[in-house]
Design a protein around this ligand. Structure first.
Ligand SMILES: Cc1cc2nc3c(=O)[nH]c(=O)nc-3n(C[C@H](O)[C@H](O)[C@H](O)COP(=O)(O)O)c2cc1C
Length: 161
């Protein structure tokens, strides 16, 4: 698959197989994800691999669609509001790298915002100087949904003089 094929075929997964994902796979994809652009090389991402006890406490209504792996991705704030915003953007790049690399090997992700709630931040043990970019279910897809149509980019392009 070319990178273009991977980008076009990737879907959010909401139905996972029980097949396990090894720590070696996760580590390899996370390591590759660190090649994300990040201003001033702040490398703001941190990854919490969520164990069964924490996962149960998060009480996600669909249990992350039974994904075999759940991980939270955090972004460190930095010393200014600008750095905080830039770090969150860099961590989103890190996440999308992970999404695409995993997809290349047939593994999908579900990105949940559940970690933003204060109660869930406490369950995850997130310190004040971190944003939770998402909590992710990771696993082999049981089902892959049809692509959601995107607006033509022509409608989003503005030609400046
Ligand atoms: C920052 C962010 C937060 C998201 N949070 C959720 C979420 O809480 N629940 C959910 O079902 N999907 C969530 N998604 C996934 C989007 O709903 C999904 O990407 C979108 O519907 C497009 O589908 P696709 O990824 O299959 O192209 C999130 C995506 C992003 C980028």
């Amino acid at each position: 698959m070319t990178i273009t094929d991977i980008i076009y075929s990737r879907r959010t997964i909401k139905s996972f197989k029980a097949d396990p994902i090894s720590m070696e796979q996760i580590s390899k994809w996370l390591q590759a994800s660190t090649m994300a652009p990040n201003h001033k090389m702040t490398e703001p991402w941190e990854v919490y691999l969520v164990g069964p006890e924490t996962r149960a406490a998060l009480n996600h209504k669909a249990n992350f669609f039974n994904a075999p792996v759940v991980m939270a991705v955090l972004s460190k704030h930095g010393s200014t509001e600008v750095e905080k915003a830039e770090n969150a953007l860099a961590t989103a790049c890190f996440v999308q790298n992970f999404n695409l690399i995993a997809w290349e090997e047939g593994v999908g992700t579900f990105w949940s915002s559940v970690g933003n709630a204060q109660k869930n931040r406490e369950i995850l043990g997130v310190q004040d100087e971190y944003d939770v970019i998402g909590v992710f279910g990771v696993g082999y897809p049981e089902e892959i949904s049809t692509p959601k149509d995107r607006t033509s980019i022509e409608e989003k392009i503005k030609h400046l003089p």
